[in-house]
Each structure stands twice: as C-alpha cells, then as structure tokens.
Write a protein that binds this ligand. Structure first.
Ligand code: ADP
Ligand code: MG
Ligand code: MG
Length: 898
C-alpha cells in the first residue's frame, strides 16, 4: 500500500468514474456536485480505507486526521460545527459500495444531535417538533445499525406511543411525545447495550463510519453479493453528507424519482413523494407516498427544478437515472443518483429510445441489454382470457406491477418457510406486508413476491427487479397476517399457508388458484407469429427486433442449435439458428425402436446382428432425411451413438425381479434370461467413463457403419430431390487420434460406397468432439484426422474437474457455492481458468495442424451468456445450444463483438 495514500475525497474532488474508490454513491454525488447541481456539501472515505479496516481490524492510522481536516473544511463552509450546541451542523453517514446493494448496508441520519444541541436545532429551525423528531430518528437508527439493538424494540415503542395518542402515523405525535420517545429510546439503548447513547458528535460519527465498514460483512450483505456475483473484497466507501431536512413541515419532504418508467421504459415522471418526512420513510413504506406528479401541485418551483435536473442527468449519463431528493422549505436538494435498475422489457426499449434520441450508438445499445434479460422476456405469461374460465381461479387483488413475470406457487408468509419448502421442491410465493433485508433468503427461494404495502421503490420491488423475480407490491386491499399465516382479500376470501396463488408482475394482478400461462410476445415474434400493431407488447417486440438486428450485424460467432428432430430444427431455424451443431442420435433409438437395439445387443451371430442393423438403417435414414430437409442449405452435425449401450436395456433390478419371479413359477422366458445376461455383462460401475462414444463404434461391429450409411444415403436422397444437405459426421468421446483414424477409415469407405451407388458426390465432413482432457491435450494430432472440432464442454468439465455431473448438484455443490469456491457452477458457466484454458490451447493446436479447422462448442455452455463471450474470445466459429437459447446466444455473440 503506497505511502501518503489519500483516504478522503471532498465531493468536489471526485467524479463518476471513481466508483472503485468512492463507491457508486460517492462517485455520483461528486459528479452531481461538479455538474453544479444542488448537493449538500460533504466528503467520502474511500473503499481503500475500508479494506485496510477489514484486513487489519483497525482504521488506517492517517484516517483520523484526514477526516478531521475535511470536517474542519465542511464546518468552515457551513459556518457551524458538528453538533454545535446553539446551531448544530448535522451529517448523514452513508454507506456506498461500487455496486448498489439496496437496503444491504446501513445509513445513519442526523449525526451530531445530542441532548446539548437538540434545543439549538429547534431554535434555529423555529420548530421544536422537527428537532425532537430528528433526534428520535438518530437514536433509533444509531441504536439499530451502529449499536446493534433489535430494531423491533424501537418500532414497538413508536407504535405504542402512536397508539397511546390515537395517532395513525408518526405525524400525529407532537414535540412532547417525541421528546418522551427519545427518552424511551435512550433507555432501550442503555438497557440493551449497557452504555448510554453517545453524546459526543465526533464519537457518533466515528462509530457510524466503523459500523458502515462492518456492515460489509453482515450475513445478508454476503448473501446478496453471492447472489449477484459481486466480489467479496471490494469494501464499501462511506459518505459524510451535511443534512438537509425534509421533516421541517408541509413545505418540506423527500422523494425518489426515475427519469423514465423503470418497468416500461416510457418517458415521464415516475416516482414517489412524501411530505414532511426524512429519506428512509419513502423506501420503508412507513406512510403512503403520493405519485411524483402530485408534487407539481404541492410545490411547483421545486417540481420544475427537479424535472430540469432529471433532464440534465439523463443527457449527462445518457441513460435512465434514478434519483433521491429532499425538499427543505421549498429548496430542492439532490441526495443520490445512479444509472437505474430496470426491467428486462424496459432495458430493450430504453436502449432503442436512446439510439433514436441520438444519445447512444447501436454498439452502445447492445451493451445496455443482455442475454439474461432476453431470456426473461421469453418466459410465458398468464393467459388473461383463461383466468375467468379456469376452475377455482379468481382475482383477489390488484397491486403495483413491480417486476414482471407470471409466478404460481404455494402461499408462504415467512422467509424460513419459503426456503424450507422450496428446498423440498415446492414452488412458493412469498407473501409479506412489506419486505426488509432479512427476507432476502426467502425472496431468492420464492417464485415470486407479493406485498400489501410499499410502492415501486419499496425494498421488495427494488430487490425483486434486481433478481429478475416476479413481484407485485402494495396490494393494499389484501390483509397480510404473518402471525396466523393467512391472507384475507375483500369479500372474505382467505388464503392459508400452502394454498395456490398466482401473481402477475406485469399487470399487478393477484389470483387465488393456478392461472394458465401463454407464450410471451417475444417468443411469438421469434416464431414469426407476431404481427405489427401499436400496443404495449408491440413496442417491446420492435425494440427486441432492432437490438437483434444490431447483434446479428456485428457478431462473428455463428449460432447453431442442438436439435434431434425436424420439429426442433424448424423452430431453431425460426429463432435464427444457422445450422445444427449437435444432433444426438441416441434419441432415435428409443421408443418402439428400443426392441431393435435390444436385438442388436443380444445378437449372437453376424447374421443376427446384420439383421438388426438392417432394420435400424431405414428408420435412421428417414429421420435424417427429415432433419436435412428442415435445415436445407445449413450444416447439420450428426453425432454417432454416444451413451453406454446398457441405457437401451431394461433396468437391472426390475429385470432381475421379473426373471426371479418367473423362475419361481418355473416359466422363465428364454429371451428375458438372455437379456438379463446381457444387462449383467454390460453393467458398469462408472458408465460415464465406460463403454460409450467412439468405444462403442470400435467394439460393436457395424454400428457406426450403419449410422454413417444412413446419413450418407439420406444426404444422397436429398440431393436427388434437388435439396442442399450439408451433413457432418461427428465422432464422440475420442481420446486419441488412433481411435478416430480407425472409425474414420470405415466411415470414408461407407461414404464412398454410397457415392458410387448413387452417383452423387456427398462431401461429408468428418470431425470429432473434444470432450476428454487427453483429446484437448493432443488436439494437434487429432486435427490430422478431423475436419472439425466440437467442444463437448459438459463432458470436458466433468472429466477436467472429476465431477460427476449427474450427482454433484445434489451432493456438495451447495456447500461449494456457499464457501465461495466458485460463484457459479462450472457446468453452467465455463470455467475459464481450467476447462477454458484447455479449450483455448486445443483451438490453437488444432488450427496449427489444420489451418481451416472448423471449431464449435455444443455443451450447455453454448447458450450461457458469460461463456459465449469466452468462446468469442478464443476464436470459435460457432456455438450450438438448445433452440430456446438461440436468441440469447445471438445477442451475446453480438455484444461480445460490439
Ligand atoms: P440507501 O443506500 O439505503 O439509499 P442512503 O445513504 O441513500 O441509503 O440514505 C438513506 C436515506 O436517507 C435516503 O432516502 C437518502 O436520501 C436520505 N439521506 C441521506 N443523506 C441525507 C442527508 N444528508 N440529508 C437528508 N437526507 C439524507
Ligand atoms: Mg439512497
Ligand atoms: Mg459428451
């Protein structure tokens, strides 16, 4: 760590690009200050100081003096000292990490107030109630977040005071009530912590700073970071900001605003405002807010000033911004801004709107959306026409559409139950009056979240949008009783824990029962079933259409589909697939054909075997003809049989029982006995490392030859009817070039035979999968015999890590994820350092041997956004993924190239 490192920056010293050092909040406060916007003066303690504290358990030595110097300057500027008895300077101590973590970290307002200065504040403001209200908020926030006192104790005391007074909100309490409440709160602090509430202003500030540092490592902060994949070692900055007061009376207030609707992307004035309140009241949903538009009637000057600032910010940040502001006696103050979170639909619409406004380029528009958002838009939605018809379904409420999607599940009323039930495979909807950070676990576990209080900027709404979870909030006519675990709707409908409930995060509607779902308009569009119109869904489809066009224009990676039949192939083609990267032939061996496979496996003589193969040939050929027709003109990579043969035979236990029973009845059937023998012979302890892939081709005579013949004859047939088949033959599980050479020789011979017999030149490419470490390590040799490589990253991940992909998810992955060994399963996102390194070197070695070698990937990773970027980087020609992931892969390939 360098000497003379600067740990404190005045708001005038920073800027928006210093988020690593100043955190998002601090960097943007500095940016707004430098834009000349009205930001209360203050300074930021850097994340570096936090890191020192987290590493060593103590603040860096230089920090105290540096803070003192900045505090002196602030006091000079404001003309009063922190906590000065006759006219106290008050500050907020606010956390602010690089990434926004809503509600995760703690902020304390009104620092500097004490028994000595509360009267001074009252006198200066000419408002005694205000001073005591500020003081009781300080003791409450400080007590909870800095001293660790259970927040409910304060809440209960506040509720009790309101009840005693017959007040329905905190506004009903007067100065004397609040003064009494301060005494009660201080007594709670003394009782719970064994010490008095600290009266010394600087001590309050220092303790609050330390509490912010500490809050980085609370369990809920850690959980949120894991969920959002935010590194654990970034630390948080701390902002010290002079207070402005929204709780001075009806000419004051506080609010939040978005420059555009974060749900739809529509421009306008979106937000919530609360008169005579301090900041956290809005988010906490303590009193009901009014829509921002109402501010025009309450205080037109401030409203106009706010709109002008929103315009400035949007143009400056060239994106949707969200804003926190406070009005103190008719004067507007900006307290926070950041590029705002938005729903997936809004992301697409805003990106194209900004292109149209000339604020961003098409390449930038691509960076404003992502594949995960596109995937979310492809989820099905509720079928409104069916909601009345479906049995037992009834609309019971209508709240705020806070985060889109259609969620159905069993009602649960607390986080613990949500987690427990979802672990046992149930889908649940978490129902709360309002959520707070302690509900995070439950929110992650639930399909959707329903609250009866709070607006679009409530905790539930913000966090759910961030997670891409369906959320309806503020459904006020629903009465949530968490103690008795039930929800009561108007008309006396009661929903108990475990009852089915459906919530529509796009419309805000809440239903009892299970509502049927319909495909999303985006899927309808990809399917070619969406026609021009002017409604809401259409605006979204237009935006998706344009973004996909940008992506297709710039991407280098081609996108193919994993598809085994003509129907999937056709859908894939509609979704933009440029061929099939993986046709698994094993699916063609199931169903009624299983019997033929059994015959093949049981064959004792060549004749028997040839008969079985002869029966399979025309069936395979017919499959391929259909597939080549659906993908006419585009490459189709057919993988020869891959899974262990025993997968085609009956289950060993079932068959043993059947045979044993038959034997006891003395009527054992000859065929079953032979079958059982074969099952025993083929049984393997470790089938995934056993007789499968190219090994089958080498030990089961005629199997691969039959498959190659079916492919070749199907291609010849398509040619004969003027089609354009582009088949490629792919050999799975090769570990050494010798295996490939033997199989290849036979395949070449069969192809030549078919070419001669049909008089057509087929030009079938033969290549291999690279899915074993040895294949990757000897890729240079293997390329001698392969015209293409397709990385099978599922098996490659399995064999490189030594993880059984069928077992690990259920056994120890949760522990690994919890311990942070990896942030995401390597089966989901490619492990760049291990598996990825092998892919990279195999590409280089393969191309060194054979410069034109075609390279692709056909594991699950082919449709995973993060992995697609990696495959672009290492220079693959294409990725192949399931038909539904194709748009996502196209988009991400475009984003990688833009
Ligand atoms: P969060 O990250 O949870 O939004 P903030 O630091 O923004 O926490 O503060 C919580 C609330 O207190 C916000 O509504 C904010 O606007 C308000 N607030 C913070 N600092 C001040 C201040 N100096 N004066 C008035 N209100 C403030
Ligand atoms: Mg804030
Ligand atoms: Mg494989």
């Amino acid at each position: 760590r360098q000497k003379n490192q600067k740990f404190v920056y005045d708001f005038t010293e920073g800027n928006k690009d210093l988020k690593d050092l100043l955190g998002g909040k601090g960097a943007n406060l500095a940016e707004m200050t430098n834009l000349g916007l009205p930001v209360p003066p203050g300074f930021t303690i850097t994340t570096e100081a936090c890191k020192v504290y987290l590493d060593t358990g103590a603040e860096p030595a230089a920090l105290r003096d540096e803070v003192s110097a900045h505090l002196d300057a602030l006091e000079q500027r404001m003309g009063k000292k922190l906590g000065q008895a006759d006219d106290p300077l008050l500050v907020s101590v606010r956390s602010g990490a690089k990434f926004s973590m809503p509600g995760m970290m703690d902020t304390v307002l009104n620092i500097g107030l004490s028994d000595a200065s509360v009267a001074g504040l009252a006198a200066q403001a000419g408002n005694e109630r205000f001073a005591w209200d500020s003081y009781r908020r300080l003791v409450q926030m400080f007590g909870k977040t800095v001293l660790g006192v259970d927040g409910d104790l304060f809440e209960d005391a506040l509720e009790e005071a309101k009840r005693a007074k017959g007040a329905d909100s905190d506004l009903g309490l007067d100065a004397a009530d609040l003064k009494q409440l301060v005494d009660d709160f201080k007594a709670i602090v003394a009782k719970e912590t064994g010490r008095d509430f600290p009266q010394e202003p600087r001590e309050q500030m220092d303790l609050a700073v330390r509490a912010v540092f500490d809050s980085w490592n609370t369990e809920r902060a850690k959980l949120y970071r894991r969920q959002e994949r935010i590194p654990g070692d970034l630390g948080t900055a701390v902002n010290i900001c002079s207070m402005v007061f929204g709780n001075l009376g009806p000419d004051s207030g506080t609010g939040v605003a978005f420059t555009r609707d974060p749900a739809s992307g529509h421009q306008g004035t979106y937000g919530d405002y609360l008169q005579n309140a301090q900041g956290e009241d809005v988010v906490a949903g303590i009193r009901n807010t009014v829509p921002l538009a109402d501010l025009e009637g309450i205080d037109k000057t401030s409203y106009d000033a706010l709109l002008a600032i929103m315009e400035t910010l949007e143009t400056h940040y060239r994106d949707l911004c969200d804003i926190e502001f406070t009005i103190e006696r008719g004067k507007l103050w900006m307290l926070q801004t950041r590029v705002g979170k938005r729903t997936a639909a809004a992301a697409f619409r805003i990106a194209t709107q900004l292109v149209d406004q000339g604020l961003i380029t098409e390449a930038e528009a691509l960076q404003r959306v992502n594949g995960a958002q596109l995937a979310q838009l492809m989820f099905p939605r509720f079928d409104d026409s069916a909601t009345s018809a479906a049995s037992g379904v009834r609309r019971i409420g209508w709240g705020i559409a806070a985060s889109p999607g259609a969620a159905v599940g069993k009602a649960v009323f607390d986080s613990y139950t949500a987690v427990k039930w979802s672990r046992s495979g149930e889908k649940v909807i978490l129902i709360r009056r309002e959520t707070n950070p302690d509900d995070l676990n439950g929110m992650i576990a639930a399909e959707g979240i329903l609250t009866s209080r709070g607006g679009k900027t409530s905790h539930a709404a913000v966090v759910a949008r961030g997670m891409g979870k369906t959320c309806v909030c503020g459904a006020e006519e629903l009465e949530v009783d968490t103690k008795r675990r039930r929800l009561t709707a108007p008309g006396g409908v009661v929903i108990e824990e475990g009852d089915l409930i459906s919530i529509d995060g796009s419309s805000g509607k809440v239903y009892v029962g299970e509502v049927p779902v319909v495909p999303s308009p985006v899927v309808e569009y990809f399917e070619g079933r969406m026609h021009a119109g002017a409604d809401e869904a259409d605006e979204l489809v237009q935006a998706v259409h344009r973004i996909m066009a940008y992506a297709d224009r710039v991407r280098r990676l081609r996108v193919r589909a994993n598809a085994d039949n003509a129907e999937d192939a056709s859908r894939a083609r509609r979704f933009g697939a440029q061929g099939i990267g993986l046709c698994r032939t094993e699916h063609m061996f199931l169903g009624e054909r299983r019997e033929l496979v059994e015959r093949l496996i049981l064959a004792d003589t060549d004749t028997e075997r040839e008969e079985a193969l002869g029966a399979l040939l025309p069936l395979q050929k017919a499959d391929f003809i259909e597939l080549f027709e659906a993908m006419d003109g585009l490459p189709v990579t057919v993988r020869l049989l891959d899974p262990p043969l025993h997968e085609f035979l009956p289950d060993i236990t079932e068959l043993s029982v059947r045979v044993a029973l038959a034997e006891s009845r003395k009527d054992a059937n000859e065929n079953d006995l032979r079958l059982l023998q074969a099952v025993h012979k083929l049984h393997e302890q470790n089938p995934m490392l056993g007789l499968r892939g190219v090994r089958l081709g080498l030990v089961v005579p005629g199997l691969f030859a039959m498959q190659v013949r079916a492919i070749a004859e199907a291609a010849a047939h398509r040619r004969s009817v003027k089609g354009d088949p582009r088949a490629e033959v792919m050999i799975p599980l090769v570990g050494t070039v010798q295996e490939l050479e033997i199989v290849r020789e036979e395949a070449d011979r069969v192809i030549a035979e078919v070419e001669a017999a049909t008089g057509t030149e087929l030009k079938l490419a033969i290549g291999t999968m690279i899915e074993l470490p040895r294949a990757a390590l000897t890729a240079g040799q293997i390329a001698e015999a392969a015209e293409f490589f397709s990385f099978g990253t599922n098996d490659l991940t399995q064999t490189v890590w030594g993880f059984s992909r069928d077992d690990v998810e259920a056994s120890f992955f949760t522990a690994y994820l919890e311990k942070g060994i990896f942030g995401v399963s390597p089966f989901e996102t490619i492990d760049r350092d291990g598996v990825g390194a092998l892919v990279r070197s195999a590409c280089q070695a393969g191309r060194a041997t054979r410069p034109g070698l075609k390279l692709g990937v056909c594991g699950e990773h082919g449709g995973d956004p993060e992995s697609v970027h990696f495959f672009h980087e290492v220079g693959l020609d294409y990725v192949s993924c399931s038909p539904f992931r194709i748009p996502v892969a196209r988009l991400e390939a475009g984003r990688a190239a833009a």
